[in-house]
Design a protein around this ligand. Structure first.
Ligand code: UN1
Length: 506
């Protein structure tokens, strides 16, 4: 297999120009499978953020007046180019982020889906009309863009998640400053290049790369930013809230999960095994929606454990560009250490480690950040490994005696993103659908695999009440409702007061 590795360089994109950071400093993005440098990027400062925000503010007045269907057409063009470059982007993604190539293609595809879906919104952006309580009066509510949006995105879906933010924001008439994760900035820059090629006017979308401490913080504090759309860890999300508390910005947070698959005694166990492996070890467990808890009915526990164990044993770790690889590396050393620490915590808490539990260092793997797919059994629902987000290939199995208990266990974390149940009993499926308290519920499917046109997001500690994906829900973050009353009676008509003057003849 030919593996093409080219080192790339990217600058910031501000006001339609590619420019170095104000300090001239750079940083590197690293291939987590082998430590090679993938790209060199601008290490930006507060000054760069300021320039980008100013550019976005200047562009806003024209962009908001550019007809929405035309804005949507630019997104169609973005979709077309993304489609054309799908393979190149996917290969770059595997190198920069580590996920296996088939999954990287899926990530790009999610961006393509968003482009064509949200592009169409340019011809909808529906408002509401409703009759007036007064005669000869018309009224409606329309969606107005908010202004400048700061999009702060994570490394685990380097194309898909930015498109969830940029596309609805832009189609609604906002301008954007985009800060991609510092582990996957090259993909962020490639995405911005595509918007540029698609004909987006200067200043409408700006890219500033760098650290969260510098660039992220400057965006949170900048008075010219109206909306912060953030996806990342719960810790960072809480900091976003704390730092913006007095700043009167619109804040949308998409944070952690502790997602569970429940397997009932009547389930198709082989089907469940497929869903468990895909959800727990796909993307090396690094999805917000990844399954990290397995809730199993006691009567099938032994059969399921045995089957699962033999499948986990056969998972092949390696570079995601190798078609033989099932599980790629984790993103960086810090995450690797965090995962290993949690495995230590699980052991101390008394959970039984069935497989994995260590770094994988055989041969080539020693060059990258590989962790063995790990399964704990005998896990108590209150243990830290069953409560806290690990964001790696670690699955904790909890045994229950009934559906009621499974629902209780499913719901007993501070998060509320995704849950799943495997059962052949329609009554149980509907009960779970009703009683699981997460933002996403799957029946006879794992916890991952959301499609772009349904709301994506979670309850409780997963978010702050907003949704992404489905544009009719996502637009609540990127627009303000404006209620408009048009009185064509030619006289003063006082709502709530002149109601007695209205008669059927008037
Ligand atoms: C994430 O979990 O971080 O639902 C995003 C999915 C993908 C998106 C996941 N479509 O698994």
């Amino acid at each position: 297999m030919e593996v093409k590795r080219v080192m790339r360089e990217y600058m910031n994109y501000i006001d339609g120009k590619w420019v170095p950071s104000s300090t001239g400093e750079t940083f590197k993005s690293i291939n987590p499978a082998n430590g090679e440098v993938v790209a060199v990027l601008a290490k930006s400062s507060r000054e760069d953020v300021d320039k980008a925000v100013q550019a976005a503010r200047r562009a806003f007045d024209k962009w908001r007046l550019y007809p929405a269907p035309r804005r949507g057409e630019i997104l169609y063009e973005v979709g077309r180019i993304l489609k054309e470059r799908k393979e190149d982007l996917a290969r770059l993604m595997t190198q920069e982020m580590g996920k296996v190539l088939t999954e990287a293609r899926g990530d790009v595809q999610e961006g393509i889906d968003m482009a064509f879906y949200v592009g169409g919104e340019g011809r909808r952006l529906f408002g509401v009309t409703t009759p007036s309580e007064m005669p000869n009066k018309f009224q409606m509510a329309v969606r107005d863009p908010v202004g400048v949006v700061a999009a702060i995105t994570p490394w685990n879906f380097p194309i898909a998640i930015p498109t969830w933010k940029l596309m609805p924001a832009l189609v609604a008439g906002n301008t954007v400053v985009f800060k991609p994760a510092s582990d996957t900035p090259a993909l962020g820059a490639e995405l911005v290049k595509i918007f540029e090629e698609a004909g987006l006017p200067p200043g409408v979308l700006n890219l500033v790369t760098g650290t969260g401490e510098e660039v992220g913080k400057a965006l949170l504090e900048h008075p010219g930013v109206d909306v912060i759309s953030f996806t990342g860890s719960t810790d960072t999300g809480s900091q976003v809230l704390a730092q913006t508390a007095s700043k009167n910005k619109k804040i949308s947070l998409e944070m952690g999960g502790k997602n569970a698959i429940t397997v009932m005694d009547d389930a198709d166990i082989d089907l469940a095994i497929e869903g468990i492996l895909w959800s727990a070890f796909g993307t090396t467990g690094q999805r917000c929606t990844a399954c990290s808890r397995l809730i199993v009915h006691k009567s099938i526990r032994d059969t399921l454990t045995e089957k699962l164990l033999s499948r986990i044993q056969n998972l092949r770790l390696g570079d995601g560009l190798d078609p033989e690889t099932d599980v790629g590396p984790v993103i960086n050393e810090r995450q690797l250490n965090k995962i290993h620490q949690y495995v230590g915590i699980g052991r101390e808490e008394g959970a039984k480690l069935l497989i994995g539990g260590d770094r994988a260092t055989d041969g080539e793997l020693s060059k990258g950040f590989f962790y063995k797919p790990t399964l704990f059994t005998d896990v108590d629902p209150n243990m830290r490994i069953a409560q806290e987000e690990i964001f790696g290939p670690v699955l904790s199995m909890i045994t229950v005696n009934s559906l009621e208990e499974a629902i209780k266990v499913n719901n007993c974390t501070k998060y509320g993103l995704s849950s799943s149940i495997y059962t052949r009993d329609i009554n149980k499926a509907f009960r779970a659908m009703r009683d699981f308290n997460t933002g996403i519920v799957y029946i006879n499917h794992g916890t991952i695999g959301a499609e772009v046109h349904l709301p994506f997001g979670g309850t409780k500690g997963t978010g702050n009440g907003h949704r992404e994906g489905a544009v009719w829900a996502a637009l609540d973050v990127f627009t303000e409702w404006k209620s408009v009353y048009i009185d064509f009676s030619g006289r003063l008509q006082r709502a709530q007061i002149d109601i007695d003057k209205i008669n059927i003849e008037s």
